[in-house]
Design a protein around this ligand. Structure first.
Ligand code: GLU
Length: 481
């Protein structure tokens, strides 16, 4: 048991699941898969103002959609699995208090009663002097009697960790190598408040220790928190876990990934009709550089090839275009049955039969990059399209366009159009109207599809059927004049 690798994903439920967070979860999952370890979900909900139950649900939905089945931890409101729970921090307050008391009695932490205003004055002084702000340590010097008095009066306090000045904090990072910080830069930092709610750096250490986490894999934005956490590990005499800080995810212009670069919420891609398998594959490449250079990989191949040693430390670019390209590849490779299953719900309601719908879906398949494009791509088959302006201009330059359409209407009223007779029926109309080539095809295309360009007539017309073609031609003929 003691050798088992245990990793955790510890999101704060304060909004949607950002791509960057989802990538952190994915890399933890891949690391666990690769090493035969366990993957744990812990909810860090101590920010009471920003945490919401809805955001917790989004976390669970996001991980499930991406296919990151975790072994232990939080699974739903009153659903937990594992022997190291509870797995949401607000249910662990008594545990943190117990550890806080330990630190206080060891004199490694102390209560601080400075008001926000006092702290602000100190901060302003530091700004003026051009030095980084550090708490003065004033309350560390409080006498026993004074301390008792303040506590009995229930004055508001915070608990601060007593940092030894000018010491080196060292740890090894699996992505970045050895990291060193001088405690000069770290003042006595706050670890808990008088309402009994711990601060992240404190709670995370207690939880990771008690949950027997062996590897802490998270975003680079937490690198500057790690020295504080290392100090806490040392104060308690806990064994340090291994750390791996993943580089930030950037937009194509190398600035921090934001809405400008596309969707930043994982579930927005689900809602647009991306395949979770494609998302999984694409996101695995956000920072991981497979040794063989092959980017399109199945889940099984990713499990086999993933190695934390091949994770780079410079920012990784989230390129929505590349993701869309990959999703297109995945959609084209789906077995036909699955493609139909995924795409059918996207087709707008129509009276047409199931077979007709499937036929349309097959026809537009090569153009489908993500499923929410389906209504647009299929609209040529599913809606009567009014003739657009460009097509109307083309129409007016064609000789006898209306006569050609009337001839085709006559032909279709007498025959059901099929793939086989399509060409011949068009030719028959041409003969009747005395036109051929573009003068024949273009009015038909425009009167039926409303546009100058589009899928081949031999695909479109039989799919619509004679009656629908006639209806469209009659409507458009009336309107175009
Ligand atoms: N709750 C923190 C976050 O969402 C977790 C950081 C960590 O993994 O230690 O950023």
């Amino acid at each position: 048991m003691s050798d088992t690798i245990r990793v955790r994903f510890a999101p704060s439920p304060t909004g949607y699941m950002h791509i960057g967070n989802a990538r952190t979860a994915l890399f933890n999952y891949l690391f666990a898969k690769k090493t035969g370890g366990q993957f744990i979900l812990r909810i860090e909900d101590t920010d009471q103002e920003r945490s919401t139950p809805e955001a917790v649900r989004v976390i669970v939905d996001s991980l499930k959609w991406l296919g990151l089945d975790w072994d232990e931890g939080y699974f739903g409101l009153s659903e937990e699995k594992g022997e190291f729970g509870p797995y949401s921090q607000m249910k662990r307050l008594s545990i943190y208090n117990e550890y806080l008391d330990k630190l206080i009695s060891l004199k490694k932490a102390y209560y601080c009663f400075c008001t926000e205003e006092e702290i602000e004055i100190e901060r302003q002084k530091a700004v003026k002097a051009g030095t980084p702000y550090k708490y003065s340590g004033k309350c560390k010097k409080l006498g026993e009697a004074e301390l008792k008095d303040k506590l009995s009066k229930k004055e508001r306090f915070v608990a601060r960790f007593a940092v030894t000045d000018n010491a080196l904090v060292k740890f090894n990072d699996l992505v970045r190598g050895p990291v060193e910080f001088n405690t000069k830069e770290i003042g006595d930092f706050v670890i808990a408040r008088s309402d009994g709610i711990p601060i992240y750096n404190f709670a995370v250490v207690i939880d990771d220790q008690l949950m027997k986490i062996t590897h802490v894999i998270r975003g680079e934005d937490h690198l500057s928190n790690t020295p504080r956490q290392v100090l806490l590990y040392q104060a308690f005499g806990f064994k340090l876990p291994e750390f791996a800080h993943l580089s930030m995810i950037l937009g194509a212009d190398r600035s921090k990934l934001s809405k400008r670069h596309g969707e930043t919420s994982l579930l927005a891609y689900r809602d647009k009709g991306y395949l979770p398998e494609a998302m999984f594959n694409y996101m695995s490449l956000l920072g991981w550089y497979p040794k063989d250079g092959v980017e399109l990989k199945t889940k099984g191949e990713i499990f086999k090839d993933f190695d934390i040693k091949d994770v780079g430390h410079s920012g990784s670019i989230f390129d929505e275009k590349k993701l869309t390209w990959m999703n297109h590849e995945y959609i084209q490779k789906l077995p036909e049955e699955s493609y139909i299953k995924y795409s059918l719900p996207y087709l707008v309601k129509t009276e047409k039969s199931e077979d007709w719908k499937k036929d349309v879906l097959r026809k537009i398949r090569t153009g489908v990059k993500f499923f929410s494009q389906i209504p647009g791509l299929a609209s040529i088959y599913t809606e009567v399209k009014a003739v657009d302006e460009k097509a109307a201009n083309v129409w007016s330059g064609i000789n006898n366009a209306a006569a050609t359409i009337n001839a085709f209407i006559e032909v279709l009223k007498a025959n059901e159009i099929t793939k086989e007779n399509c060409k011949a029926l068009i030719a028959e109309a041409g003969k009747k109207a005395g036109v051929k080539g573009k003068d024949l095809f273009m009015p038909i295309r425009i009167a039926i599809t409303g546009a100058e360009h589009g899928d081949e007539l031999a695909n479109v017309l039989p799919a619509l059927g004679s009656a629908e073609c006639v209806k469209r031609m009659e409507t458009n003929l009336k309107n175009i004049k």
